[in-house]
Design a protein around this ligand. Structure first.
Ligand code: NAP
Ligand code: MG
Length: 403
């Protein structure tokens, strides 16, 4: 047996829930621990432990990410009313991803894992489209009122200087709903920096879209800040032959569909939530979508874009065979280990990330796949296997590559 690959700085490991928690262990046991002398600081973000620690574990894991710089995260349940009952929770804890994102002031970049035998639903897409989502504020940090009766709704701002601003949102004649949301120049600016930096890093054009024709102060501020920040990157963009392209969100949607791909599409928080799901589905499968949170000071948290795959988990609990796709979770590990290797100057570790991904491609290109991909593949006769057999097939190919 070859000596295991050494690490110097711990990787922040955030465990999660349901089917992805099952996959997490398989991936570690089969694809990581046999090859890497894993140095990890482990945080159990599974809902049970989040509840036990009153969500302190989520905060601690984000602090650790700030300290060490690289994290890998398993998908986690965001509690709703049904989960409150199911897990007998003390509180409806906030989305861990939301907490971590706001603590790191980070931007989420999502890119599809592309293989030759899976053609995107949009036939002119030739290259990946990376979506970037502002991860602070808006509807995710909004306050809402259910107005039960007629009345006046107002938006009020009291400045520290004593400046008072007040507008009437609506004179309700009867019941209705209200929502107050915000963003800050600081978060928009961080987002812009992360996007321009990532565009330069990955040598891709950057598209940004809002609805500033309707939202003349809120969305307009995004447009202003992006153009300001762009001045700092203009030279680099010109040198690399890159383009920064601003347009309205609805125009952007139309252009994205007609495009060849190969750029970063930056969106506000909610647009990014929705549009990145559309883009990832059109590229084939949510199970093949990677996600990385990047903070403006260069901290990285890698994860899969999909959730905990609840439906498969309940089948698994009943003892039924499941064929859940672990690709995006494996790529979270490979991405995190590669980044850790790059940061610490550990070539073997960085190379391990590359080889692990290559072993995944070897497996898929031979037609060995999970069930979700079978209907999507063209030109090969796929053989669907269960999750563990799929991971074991990757391990065989990884062993050959590292031999
Ligand atoms: P999901 O877990 O992404 O699963 C939705 C459906 O997509 C699955 O039922 C499955 O379809 C398919 N799918 C997703 N990932 C797959 C994979 N790796 N392999 C095969 N099929 C896959 O979304 P959800 O059901 O809406 O959410 C479940 C839980 O995850 C929720 O509690 C939510 O809060 C949480 N969530 C967490 C994150 C995160 O931590 N980043 C993100 C989103 C959601 P079929 O059932 O048709 O096979
Ligand atoms: Mg979404």
């Amino acid at each position: 047996m070859k000596e295991k690959i050494k690490m110097t700085t711990p990787l922040v490991e955030m465990d999660g829930d349901e089917m992805t928690r099952i996959l997490w262990k398989m991936i570690k046991d089969e694809l990581i621990l046999p090859f890497v002398d894993l140095k990890a600081e482990y945080y159990d973000l599974g809902l049970v432990h989040r509840d036990e620690t009153r969500d302190q574990v989520t905060v601690d894991s984000a602090e650790a990410t700030k300290k060490y710089g690289v994290a890998v995260k398993c998908a986690t349940i965001t509690p709703n009313h049904q989960r409150m009952d199911e897990y007998k929770l003390h509180e409806m804890w906030k989305s861990p991803n939301g907490t971590i994102r706001s603590m790191l002031d980070g931007t989420v970049f999502r890119a599809p894992i592309i293989i030759d035998s899976i053609k995107p639903a949009v036939k002119n897409w030739e290259k990946p489209i990376t979506s970037a989502r502002l991860s602070y504020g808006e509807v995710y940090k909004s306050f809402e009122i259910r107005a039960e009766e007629a009345g006046v709704a107002k938006l009020v701002f009291d400045g520290e200087s004593g400046k008072h601003e007040e507008v009437v949102i609506h004179n309700f004649k009867g019941a209705g709903v209200l929502q107050g949301m915000h963003n800050t120049d600081k978060s928009i600016r961080s987002f812009a920096h992360a996007c321009f930096k990532y565009a330069v890093d990955t040598k891709q054009d950057l598209w940004f879209s809002t609805k500033d024709t309707i939202s003349k102060k809120y969305d307009a501020q995004f447009k202003i800040i992006f153009h300001e920040v762009f001045e700092e990157y203009k030279e680099q963009f010109e040198k690399l032959g890159l383009e920064f392209f601003y347009t309205l969100i609805d125009d952007a949607v139309a252009r994205v569909i007609r495009s060849k791909g190969g750029y970063i599409w930056a969106c506000k928080n909610y647009d990014g939530d929705v549009m990145s799901d559309m883009v990832s589905t059109a590229f084939g499968s949510l199970a093949m979508m990677t996600s990385v949170l990047v903070s403006p000071d260069g901290k990285y948290e890698y994860e899969a874009a999909h959730g905990t795959v609840t439906r498969h988990y309940y089948k698994y609990l009943k003892g039924e065979e499941t064929s859940t796709n672990p690709m995006a979770t494996i790529f979270a590990w490979s991405g995190a280990l590669r980044k850790r290797g790059e940061m610490d100057g550990l070539k073997d570790l960085a190379n391990f990330g590359d080889q692990l991904e290559a072993a995944c491609f070897d497996t898929l290109n031979e037609g060995i796949v999970t069930k979700d991909l079978v209907a999507l593949m063209e030109g090969v006769t796929p053989k669907a296997v269960n999750s563990l057999d799929f991971i074991k097939a990757i391990r065989e190919r990884l062993e050959k590559r590292l031999a």
